[in-house]
Design a protein around this ligand. Structure first.
Ligand SMILES: [Fe+2]
Ligand SMILES: [Fe+2]
Length: 470
């Protein structure tokens, strides 16, 4: 069931060879994808031999193959998790009925929009990260960046497969558009704001993979619950790859904290200026980067009060992450209290599901914070890293544009404007972090602002030549 046919142009476990029309349509899209990769993917590393993992099956025991290859030769394929026999809809008004193998007409445009919006984030992040190879802190990190990039490319394939296979001509047109929009493009930007933010340094990459890829995890988890079975199966397998992206974020920030603490100990100071002069990232600067990427990612869950979230759930299109862990799967009689700038409001639970998702996401975000704070505490320092309030710097929902400090307290607008540069990276912070970004590619060597990882990839040594540049 789940083996991949590598003789095919497009590796897949969806019996593509039995659907010639679909196969031809995707083979027509493939060179466009490769052209996009060439133009918008990582710059200047097309001839490098990168030690990459490639998905070769959906078998939990051994789904990936590891080996050195050139990125344009990566086998981007289409893999769906094995079907669950007699799977039933697990939530909403149609709970208990069989899941859909085709798209019901009345949900067609909404489902297409949901898939396009998810699909758009995948190539967007590759575009955002395309310059980072030139300033990698080590070739271990360089490899991880490229691993994430090729897998986001595969996630694009996953969504394009659904569009081609289930949405006819509209779907094919959307697949073209996914390659036509570009991150940060004035005329044709990516759909979501976070995916148009420039990413010029590795501290941003680690925060992005910690916060924004984790939003991806939560979106995929909610789609894994979907009554549209092909979407559910696609997203279940994507989650397997997504875990590594968040690993890069969490361990990346851990290594920054570790190195900073070493420098603080060596110098016997917590003075940011002296830490910076020594080439490490002071913790208050790290806090600003956390504030920036966390608040930006919180908008991705949508408005606190949303009729779309209600209808997506009631219809069965999009569940809550880990839906089975809840007691009530219909939610017609429940309400939720939400804080808004006008005071507390009681809204139907169905309309508050974006907030439910945002809250469980924030709990997941706390795990890394606890780990980093333990490191700081053990080193004998009082400072603690924190997540900003979910009301801070929002541009969607009732808190959009409301002047709020990082603790969620409403403040005077002038004070907000004045203090914002103390809460998120200002020009000087960004210039300082940029000044640290020097390419280090000698195997096993690390840039001075980051500690080595605890172990290498796939049981290889940290000194392994993960990217062959010659
Ligand atoms: Fe992804
Ligand atoms: Fe990802």
């Amino acid at each position: 069931m789940s083996s991949i046919d590598y003789a095919e142009k497009i590796p897949n476990n969806v019996n593509l060879q039995n659907d010639r029309t679909l196969q031809r349509a995707l083979e027509h899209w493939q060179p466009r994808f490769l052209q996009w990769w060439h133009e918008m993917g990582p710059t200047d590393f097309e001839s490098a031999n990168v030690y990459l993992r490639t998905a070769i099956s959906v078998d939990a025991q051994g789904w990936a193959h590891y080996g050195a290859l050139k990125m344009p030769d990566y086998r981007w394929g289409i893999f769906l998790a094995d079907p669950v026999a007699d799977r039933k809809i697990g939530f909403g008004d149609q709970m208990g009925q069989p899941v859909w193998q085709q798209v019901p007409g009345e949900y067609r445009s909404t489902l297409r929009r949901l898939i396009v919006t998810q699909g758009d984030t995948e190539p967007a992040s590759v575009e955002q990260q395309r310059m980072l190879g030139h300033t990698c802190p080590s070739i271990y990190d360089l490899r991880n960046l490229f691993q994430i990039n090729v897998e986001e490319g595969r996630h694009l394939w996953a969504m394009v497969y659904l569009l081609h296979a289930y949405f006819g001509r509209d779907g094919r047109e959307e697949a073209e558009e996914l390659l036509a929009r570009h991150s940060g493009d004035q005329n044709k930007p990516r759909i979501l704001t976070t995916f148009n933010e420039p990413m010029l340094d590795w501290l941003s990459l680690f925060c992005f993979t910690y916060f924004t890829d984790r939003d991806g995890k939560y979106q995929l988890k909610s789609f894994a619950e979907s009554a549209f079975d092909p979407l559910s199966r696609t997203c279940r397998f994507m989650l397997t790859e997504e875990a590594h992206h968040m690993f890069v974020g969490e361990t990346g920030i851990s290594r920054v904290v570790k190195r900073t603490l070493e420098v603080m100990k060596e110098l016997g100071t917590d003075d940011p200026a002296r830490i910076r002069a020594h080439g490490a990232i002071d913790l208050p600067t790290l806090q600003k980067y956390l504030n920036f990427w966390c608040s930006s990612s919180l908008d991705l869950f949508g408005s606190e009060i949303s009729s779309n979230s209600a209808s997506n759930f009631a219809s069965g299109m999009k569940g809550r992450p880990d839906e089975t862990t809840y007691d009530d799967h219909v939610l017609r009689d429940k309400t939720m209290k939400l804080g808004t700038p006008e005071g507390e409001q009681e809204v139907p639970m169905l309309n508050a599901l974006n907030e439910v998702m945002r809250e469980s996401y924030l709990k997941d975000c706390e795990i890394g914070l606890k780990r980093w704070n333990r490191m700081i505490e053990r080193a004998g320092h009082d400072l603690r890293l924190t997540l900003p309030s979910s009301r801070f710097r929002r541009s969607i929902g009732p808190w959009a544009g409301v002047p709020v400090d990082t603790h969620g307290k409403m403040i005077d607008r002038a004070e907000y404007e004045r203090r914002l540069e103390d809460w998120i990276p200002n020009e000087r912070d960004r210039a300082f972090v940029a000044s640290l970004m020097k390419k280090v590619v000698e195997p096993g060597k690390m840039a001075g602002w980051i500690a080595p990882p605890e172990r290498g990839i796939n049981n290889l040594a940290i000194e392994h030549e993960y990217v062959g540049l010659h």
